[in-house]
Design a protein around this ligand. Structure first.
Ligand code: BMA
Length: 887
């Protein structure tokens, strides 16, 4: 089939079966990731000076002492991509940075200067080619690059790609490539000194060099300011022309037709008559568009519009499939294929809808016409040292997000733009990404050089990432706009300085960043900051924009305060907990685990007051846990119960609120933090709770205005016929009332289906509210789709009986089956197997009196060791028998 569209463009439709092109492509790539060495650079010692090359070092153990002696000043094997901390670790010159309090012993590394080198073997054949380019996909950060001792590059931005034409520096045979990293602390101080405004605007020195903010330490992360070649390095050798970019601009997408512009950039050496062919394919279907063009030397841009009829649309998880299209651009001169480039993307429309409504202004993501309630968590870097994050880790954490019914993550701005692989997995799993630009809280410099540097960074990252369907919003920064009112910025003297600072803020985030997004990714929404109301004033109830609600935790108010706030879209709210025992064991010695205030436990708590805050909140609802393991467990239940209050409130508020992104999904090291998944990928109680409170159909019984209101919230796009059961029991199982009704749940809705005054069951016949609880079940086709349980008195007043949980572990195929039952209510039942690898299909669940529940245990361990290791505890087990069950 052949149809003509536009000006002389021929579109050929066919069933995609084309074989590989036989013509050769001129561009070749030589990976330079192996054969590197590194060493510490030491200034020639003055006569009589100390031989210690790291004057700031305070060696406290043998390993650290070794690292600051002559061994790190010799050339040693290095890994690229990597960094100096990992190279020192692999060479056994420093101890494990995550272990005990080793972080403090490794601070000398950031004050030292480091150097990397390798040999490039260049053949005469390579030198006969027109272009040889050296490409660093990432240098962390301030560095100078030398080729055969001639300086070829100064890099000052971790988030940029550096491409240098190097042919004229090369000779046939061995060539030496060297990268020198001065101390990042000293380098930033030097750049900062050149800004005459710095003292007045109080921008931190570290902000002058574009480097991941979390490396300098965060309230969940250690301080490891590292240096290194953190992304791949390669040589690109080519003749004639190179396809330097292919952007699939999704101008207008609907189920009927996708209107697309393929924007191709070709860098050519000379004028030539060429042909560009755009191909696309998905699930065996595809097409091709060919176009002739006259190449000129330098950069050529071609815009090829075409349509795909009845496209297979990409949906967020829970709303449909995630078909991925492959697009290619091929440049030919005559029969010779000069270059080609592939990109993969999903086709979808995305609108950030903000319209006046009864509560202010809406804030909702509309994907393919569906207003999607965003459910998820904030994502921070997966490790203090990004180069060691594996595909398996990405998969495990992102799959865990989807498994917990999440459909969005916010990729927070204090780290680094993630690897291509990360976004590919998000595309594949249907996880929408709220992508911050990498600015975390700090006030940024206003120099022209800084803004230019950021512009290049933003251009590079948009070029690299804009074809990912998962990215549904680009956001200027994390909390920099909000920091305008924080003390450290607010107290700056002088109206003139303040005017200038605000002007610089607008120039950077609106003129430079926002305009670059409009230029390069115009169909993807832009949002100025998180949180923000796009420069509108916002009241206590956040009538517009997105919100960070830190009244709980930083503000120390009770969890119930969440229900007094009405954000349109929550991008942060959270509460900390400790990781599980196995994770703590991995970084401690027994003497460190005697309590949460030991020096090592405090070294793994980065929010100054953190452990006290957890403890204080815990005592508001529960007695003192009886021992350390119980404390860890209760801290997780506390966190999960608290965030559940916030998350269900937001979901019940639909459509007034259209997003719940809690802080935070993951960790970058083993630590007490706000995460719901720990550094080793282990789910905390909150992750299991999230699976329930983010369920597409949620039943949410809620005590409000003296009544028990039972809500059902639906994220389904079609109405659902269901059965709603509400029953009230005493903790010993005595049923006080039980009712069931058929309900029709409209699509995309939140409504109350049952509303009963509490007086109907409390104090009636002498019933004490602290002795009973309500359970709501939403059943669809005979299966419970959502269950939720609520106390009718404050948790502190409730007195649960001690639970004896019956357990029966049996073999089932390649795994196991665990049947549990309890004669009385058992809350937050936690099943664990000590050191054995066995992750139950569900955990931290409630066991109703008399009910028998079955979970599966996939594990390679034997039945006997599992039986011996099996521990089943519920909330009451965490407190000493002598302490009142719950006072
Ligand atoms: C937020 C984040 C982070 C921080 C978290 C917890 O505002 O943006 O800066 O880790 O609070 O304090």
């Amino acid at each position: 089939m052949k149809t003509a569209i536009g000006l002389g463009i021929m579109v050929y439709m066919f069933c995609f079966a084309a074989g590989a092109q036989s013509q050769s492509i001129s561009r070749s790539t030589v990976a330079l990731d192996s054969g590197w060495e590194f060493r510490q650079v030491v200034a020639e010692p003055h006569p009589g000076a100390s031989p210690n090359p790291s004057p700031n070092a305070a060696p406290t153990d043998a390993k650290t002492a070794a690292a600051t002696s002559s061994s790190s000043v010799q050339w040693l094997p290095a890994e690229v991509p990597g960094d100096v901390h990992l190279d020192l670790l692999r060479n056994k010159l420093i101890p494990d940075p995550n272990y005990r309090d080793n972080e403090a012993k490794l601070q000398w590394i950031q004050d030292a200067e480091w150097e990397y080198r390798r040999t490039l073997d260049i053949t005469p054949e390579m030198l006969s080619r027109q272009n040889i380019e050296l490409v660093f996909e990432g240098l962390d950060t301030y560095s100078k690059v030398y080729l055969n001792d001639r300086e070829i590059l100064t890099a000052d931005n971790m988030f940029r790609e550096w491409r240098v034409a190097v042919k004229s520096y090369l000779k046939a045979g061995p060539n030496q490539l060297r990268v020198v990293f001065p101390s990042p602390i000293k380098a930033a101080a030097e750049v900062a000194r050149s800004d005459k405004w710095r003292a007045e605007i109080k921008a931190a020195e570290k902000t002058y060099v574009r480097k991941a903010a979390y490396e300098y330490g965060w309230d969940w992360g250690p301080t490891f300011v590292t240096s290194g070649i953190w992304r791949p390095v390669k040589l690109e050798v080519w003749d004639g022309a190179r396809v330097s970019d292919l952007n699939i601009r999704q101008r207008d997408i609907s189920a009927e037709v996708a209107h697309i512009n393929a924007e191709v950039e070709i860098t050519a050496m000379a004028a030539a008559s060429a042909a560009v062919t755009i191909g696309w394919s998905e699930a065996g279907h595809g097409g091709e568009v060919a176009r002739k063009l006259e190449l000129r030397p330098g950069l050529n841009r071609i815009d090829v519009p075409f349509d795909i009829q009845k496209p297979a649309l990409w949906y967020p998880a829970g709303y449909g499939a995630q078909p991925i299209y492959k697009f290619s651009a091929q440049v030919k001169v005559g029969k010779q294929v000069l270059d080609e480039k592939d990109v993969r993307t999903g086709l979808r429309s995305v609108v950030l809808r903000r319209e006046p409504d009864p509560w202010g202004r809406s804030f909702e993501f509309v994907i393919n016409g569906i207003p999607v309630f965003a459910k998820g968590a904030d994502v921070i870097p997966f490790d203090s040292f990004p180069s060691r994050v594996t595909t398996a880790q990405y998969r495990r954490i992102l799959q865990s997000a989807v498994d917990a019914n999440m459909n969005m993550i916010r990729h927070w701005g204090g780290g680094y733009y993630e690897s291509d692989e990360f976004y590919e997995i998000c595309d594949e799993l249907g996880i929408m990404v709220w992508q911050d630009f990498m600015f975390g809280n700090e006030w940024q410099p206003g120099t022209y050089a800084f803004k230019q540097n950021v512009e290049k960074e933003v251009e590079h990252q948009l070029r690299r990432l804009r074809n990912h369907p998962s990215i549904v919003v680009w956001c200027g920064n994390n909390e920099t706009e909000a920091s305008w009112n924080w003390e450290r910025v607010r107290d700056i003297a002088g109206q003139e300085t303040r005017v200038r600072m605000w002007q610089d803020y607008l120039t950077l985030f609106s003129s430079v960043i926002e305009r670059t997004v409009y230029k390069m990714a115009p169909e993807t929404p832009f949002w100025p900051s998180s949180p923000s109301a796009d420069y509108e004033d916002v009241s206590e109830n956040y009538q517009s924009g997105d919100a960070h609600d830190w009244s709980v935790w930083h503000g120390r108010v009770p969890f119930s305060e969440y229900e007094k706030h009405f954000p349109r879209f929550a991008t942060e709210y959270g509460f900390q907990s400790f990781p599980e025992q196995r994770t703590i064991d991995a970084f401690t010695l027994p003497e460190d685990r005697t309590g949460i205030f030991t020096p090592v436990m405090l070294a793994h708590q980065k929010n100054k007051e953190g452990n006290s805050i957890i403890h204080d909140y815990l005592l508001r609802d529960y007695p003192e846990p009886k021992d350390f393991p119980s404390f860890l467990y209760v801290s997780q239940v506390l966190q999960a119960e608290g965030i559940k209050v916030g998350a269900e409130h937001l979901r019940r508020l639909r459509p007034r609120a259209m997003g719940s992104i809690y802080w935070q999904l993951n960790d970058c090291w083993p630590v007490a933090s706000w995460s719901s998944i720990d550094y080793f990928g282990r789910w905390k109680a909150l992750q299991y709770y999230a699976r329930r409170f983010y369920s597409p159909l949620l039943v949410s019984p809620h005590v409000e205005n003296g009544s028990l209101a039972v809500y059902v919230v639906s994220d389904k796009t079609t109405p659902t016929a269901a059965s709603l059961r509400l029953w009230i029991m005493k903790f010993d199982g005595t049923v006080l009332s039980d009712s069931q009704q058929a309900v029709q749940v409209p699509e995309l809705s939140s409504q109350i289906y049952i509303n009963k005054p509490l007086s109907e069951f409390v104090n009636a016949n002498g019933t004490d509210a602290a002795q009973i609880f309500a359970t709501a079940d939403l059943t669809i086709d005979g299966k419970v789709a959502s269950r939720n349980l609520v106390y009718l008195a404050p948790t502190k007043q409730v007195s649960l009986p001690a639970a004896q949980i019956n357990r029966e572990l049996t073999k089932d195929g390649s795994g196991y089956r665990l049947r549990l039952s309890s004669p009385v209510l058992a809350r937050s039942v936690y099943v664990s197997f000590g050191e054995l690898d066995a992750t139950p299909s569900d955990n931290y669940f409630d066991l109703l009196p008399g009910e028998s529940l079955e979970i599966t245990i996939p594990s390679a361990a034997g039945l006997d060791p599992l039986r011996t290791a099996l521990q089943v505890r519920s909330l009451q087990d965490a407190f000493a028998a002598s302490s009142p069950a719950q006072p």
